[in-house]
Design a protein. Sequence first.
Length: 645
Amino acid sequence: MRIFSIVFLLAWFNTQAQLKENNNTPAEGIALQEKKHYEGLNIINGTLASTNFDVKYYRCEWEVDPAVYYISGKVTVYFVITSAGNSISFDLMNSMNVDSVKQRNVILTKTHTNDLLQVNFSTPINTGVLDSVTIFYKGLPANTGFGSFVQTTHGAVPVIWTLSEPYGSRDWWPCKNGLDDKADSIDVLITNPAAYKAASNGLLQSETLIAGGKKLTYWKHRYPIATYLVCLAVTNYSVFSNSVQLGAVNLPMQTYCYPESLVSFQNGTQNVLDAIKYYHGIFGDYPFIKEKYGHVQFSWGGGMEHQTASFMVSVDEGLSAHELGHQWFGDKITCASWEDIWLNEGFATHLAAMYMENKYPATAIANRKAVVNNITSATGGSVKVDDTTNVGRIFSGRLSYNKGSHLIYMLRWKLGDEVFFRAIRRYQNDPKLVYGFAKTADLKRNLEEESGVDLTKFFKDWFEGQGYPSYKVEWSQIGSSYVKIKMAQVTSHASVSFFDLPVALKFKNATQEKTIVVDNKTNNEVFIRNIGFIPDTVLIDPDYWLITRNNTSKKITETITGPGTVQVFPNPVGNQFHIYLSNIAAAEAAIRIYNAAGQLLYNKTISLFNGSEFVEMPSAYLASGVYFLKITAGKEFKFVKKLLK
């Protein structure tokens, strides 16, 4: 899901005027407008349905008139009993009036209280038995979310649309409303006045005029689907079709838009087709490749990733890329708890960022910087949702969308793109998860199995923990090619004492630059690196892969005082060892190696820069034994060290 607002999740451009000009709307707007719609709503997790049955199929037969806030219909549920008993329970708000419930045309007893519909069987049903019930109901739906069931107008024309995330399905139809049971398939049959068209999930099977000036529209969807992704929308839609070639498959793309928006949707659809090809190539087959992808316009400030039929306020390029990304992350694999919503929203936000960076590379760094600034605008907050009763917290633009997306940047940085994307394809094809539900631990498991890297601390710090590091980098020149770097950090929140990260440092002067990476695992850790020139500046994380703020760097110019020092390591030596000379009052130093018999084996004179140099010494040519390293500089400095190999 993505919403528009004042603050932008993915700040593709710096001003709203630029956004309008380029038709690239950031994801921040997506998230925070979703949150705006939900502010002040604190509700329970949304399901009281019994866990003694597994839904296999819903046949949803609904009648609506877009001019009237009302729904009537019947829902037939095929299920398998998982624990023998004589009742099952569905989620359905009390505002819906249940006329009757039938089993093979026999009326069953029922109770409907506290937003729970309990259906009682005349005899117990045994474990493993496939059975069905049909629920007949009608009424004025509750509206507990972003507009779980909305009747409004576009222009002067009425429209009805649904948006059930996170808890709104039960507002308008009987179902299992949690994140634990996907139906294997659905059929949706919508009756409405003949002047209008009805859109839903899957493939359109038929539109049939029936008595009373009405139309019956039949949609068929044969993939597993979470209840909050089931949808309907009815108004005077204009409909057009496109397609995109994905390997051997020509995937249909079907758009239902308001007539007044026809030209803009037609002009914007090519961007969506391009994004489908882009994601398909990176993350694997479009998840519903046997059916279609579609857009359905609705009158809400953003988009909603209804399976195969994303509801869109417009075809803004960033919005379109975000909702499309959800087909892989949110629809094919759905978060198993709202505390893990970043598996939906963080990934969709990141996919939109990838698409935009690929298409508009010149804006990438500025956009990442703006997003990091948004994330670090407060000192706390975890990606893990700590209050799933607060819908505003679930859909926090700063945390679930932006920080979740940048957590993925950091995983890419830590593992490398080749390994990371291979691991994500593994996650997408995990038989335990495919077309099902996932927790953050499931993603972590796939990343670790593919990379061989233990990510326990990373997820503890960045998923469960709060805040970010601020780096203080002190560096000094060693000779003409090396630098000594001291990495210190403070954290913005007490939940994490130290963030263990590889950090990019770009050293530069007026004519040269080089970026190195230090794998910083402890505070005040010291590194020595060969950069090949004398820099005057260092930039910390110049490409904004990391979530950091208030970083500082300082060049330390060491003065020559006191006695000179030499450090030799490792010793015993292998095929190479290192010599670090410092504080030596001379322009040059002579390095010599002798064997135990006193024979000279190595002789080299090196230049010193400000009394220092770092030397990588080859030693593969030395046989096992005892050697002596002798270093002289100027008239007074002498150093002797016994080496073992």
